[in-house]
Design a protein around this ligand. Structure first.
Ligand SMILES: C[S@@+](CC[C@H](N)C(=O)[O-])C[C@H]1O[C@@H](n2cnc3c(N)ncnc32)[C@H](O)[C@@H]1O
Ligand code: SF4
Length: 435
């Protein structure tokens, strides 16, 4: 068994930008809308630097839309999402949609040249709470502002509990091509620890309904390492995922996030925290079962039946691509400039209604930071990291990783993590960067 240091976090759009800065806001009037986003450092002309815009239109462009609503809060989740009780009358799906429309209009002005979306990802939160009509309106807003490229991949996340055959038929008709369903586990006692409400069998039934409605790509999310989850519990979840016949699976090690109900229970000693050795064993169990069933890993936490079934939108994040993130707390990246929106839906909508930027801050990545990200994200991919991006000490670290059985080098000179290396990805990355 490999040494266990697994910390495989879910890729969540809001986790991409890790540093925060003091909020700064910019406003525009209707005649001069191309002044967003502002932040630190603010370019003199108040818009994106020309250098950042250079690559736009030359590489795939992504649009992320953040839906900050959930019916209930799962005990482990610290995403930027709110239950009706938490929001009260401060915000609603209609004020949110109005604000998202304004932000997308703004995006079209800031980006200048017409930029159509090659990929769209509506995430949350629980986008399925908007219903098919709400999700259709989101896609219409993108079509009417930036535009949608022919053959675009259009994903929505969904909680199986807020889906139905009519919902899937509606989003398929609207143009959604991919759905990602949160399942986590089939074991009732695991779901109970996670404070996760599921009608038994609902995630698998939802996946079948999505496919029957003509959604070409269907993914299920699993979580592993929940206190009390056994090898057999996970085996049962994997059996259910495979019986569902999905073409994509994401599997995330449970992370006890500060400030969550789960973290409080762990702190009080009511529950043990996830154990590194157990997490490593579970990861191997998942990789073995999925690979045997024809789902190959293409990113540390993601498996797909073929290259076509990989999530193109998320591949854009991992490859350092350009995307606009609309919605409360959403993050964007264009040509080395990153910015992020205010998190609360009411503040977000108020800023846009007042003609102000919803951006809370921004940063321009230095070449060294861009290199760090390239190594960190590239190495998580099964396609691997081109060796020629590494300096002399990086090459020595790559040799060490190969010698220690943590990586291999492909005939095309790319460094690819072995399964053991995937469990120790953070350590390999540190060695590649620090040495
Ligand atoms: C936005 S949710 C998916 C859609 C929907 N909200 C739902 O939960 O069904 C994205 C995924 O992140 C994962 N996730 C959230 N918090 C996590 C945590 N603390 N540790 C590991 N995975 C987590 C879950 O697997 C979840 O399905
Ligand atoms: S439904 Fe999804 S986004 Fe909402 S609280 Fe649960 S895991 Fe988080």
């Amino acid at each position: 068994m490999p040494p266990a240091r697994v910390r495989v976090r879910p890729l969540h759009q809001s986790a991409i930008c890790v540093r925060s800065r003091l909020p700064t806001f910019g406003c525009w009037d209707n005649a001069h809308v191309a002044v967003l986003p502002v932040g630190d450092p603010v370019p003199p002309e108040g818009t994106l630097p020309a250098a950042a815009l250079e690559g736009v239109g030359k590489a795939p462009f992504g649009v992320y839309v953040h839906v900050p609503f959930c019916a209930t809060r799962c005990g482990y989740c610290d995403f930027n999402t709110y239950t009706p009780g938490e929001l009260g009358s401060a915000s609603s799906p209609s004020t949110w949609l109005d604000a998202v429309r304004r932000e997308l209009t703004l995006a079209a002005h800031v980006l200048g040249e017409p930029v159509s979306a090659d990929t769209v990802f509506v995430g949350g939160g629980t986008p399925s709470l908007l219903g098919a009509a709400g999700l259709a309106a989101v896609l219409d807003a993108i079509r009417g502002s930036l535009g949608l490229a022919p053959g675009a991949e259009v994903t929505t996340e969904a909680n199986p509990e807020s889906t139905s055959p009519e919902f899937f038929a509606g989003i398929a008709a609207a143009g959604y091509t991919r759905v990602s369903l949160g399942m986590q586990s089939v074991a009732p006692h695991v779901l109970a620890v996670l404070d996760r409400v599921h009608t038994p069998g609902r995630p698998v039934a939802a996946a079948a309904q999505a496919r029957a409605a003509g959604i070409g790509q269907v993914s299920l999310d699993l979580m592993y390492g929940t206190p009390g989850e056994t090898h057999d519990d996970l085996a049962a979840s994997l059996d259910a995922v495979l019986a569902a016949g999905v073409d994509h699976v994401s599997a995330y090690a449970l992370v006890v996030e500060a400030g969550t109900a789960l973290a409080r229970r762990v702190a009080r000693g009511e529950l043990p925290g996830p154990d590194d050795d157990v997490l490593a064993e579970r990861y191997e169990q998942i990789d073995t079962a999925l690979s045997a069933a024809g789902l190959g890993w293409y990113e540390v936490s993601n498996w797909a039946t073929s290259a076509e079934s990989r999530c193109r939108h998320n591949l854009g994040y991992w490859a350092g691509g350009n995307w606009w993130g609309a919605g409360p707390g959403a993050h964007s990246h264009v040509g080395g400039v990153r910015w992020w929106n205010v998190k609360h839906p009411a503040r977000y909508a108020a800023a846009l209604q007042a003609g102000c930027s919803p951006a809370a801050g921004r940063e321009v990545l230095s070449p060294a930071e861009q290199h760090t990200e390239r190594v960190m994200l590239g190495l998580r991919l099964a396609d691997g990291l081109p060796l020629d991006v590494l300096d002399t000490s990086g090459h020595a670290a790559a040799d060490r990783a190969v010698t220690n059985g943590l990586a291999t080098v492909t005939p095309g000179d790319r460094l690819v993590l072995t399964r053991c290396g995937r469990l120790l990805a953070d350590i390999v990355v540190r060695d590649l960067l620090v040495s």
